[in-house]
Design a protein around this ligand. Sequence first.
Ligand code: ZN
Length: 115
Amino acid sequence: MRERHTPSARTPTAKDVERELARARSARRLLPWAVLTAAGGGALAVAAGGGARGAVALAAVGLVFALFVWTTSIARCPACGARLRQTRRPGSRGVAGPAEVLRIESCARCRARFE
Ligand SMILES: [Zn+2]
């Protein structure tokens, strides 16, 4: 038996968080298009003579999609699902390098450390 004992829940690793951030980032890139599609759908309905009701219906569908994209664009803690907040740490050692990249080291809610 090793000294290190595993907690009841799987501890999220930095890789898990990185994957989550990458997923959120790509969803965020998609968000303007989703909103544009919603607006464009509404405009198209007006142009096609669908009237205000048709425009609202089409825009609503697009907005639901945009909302869905928006929720997926939020990076969440792999352990508890809380929203992860990126904190930019000033280079304490005055070294600007790849270490300056935004990193999330721990969850603000469940205090899980991602290492
Ligand atoms: Zn958490």
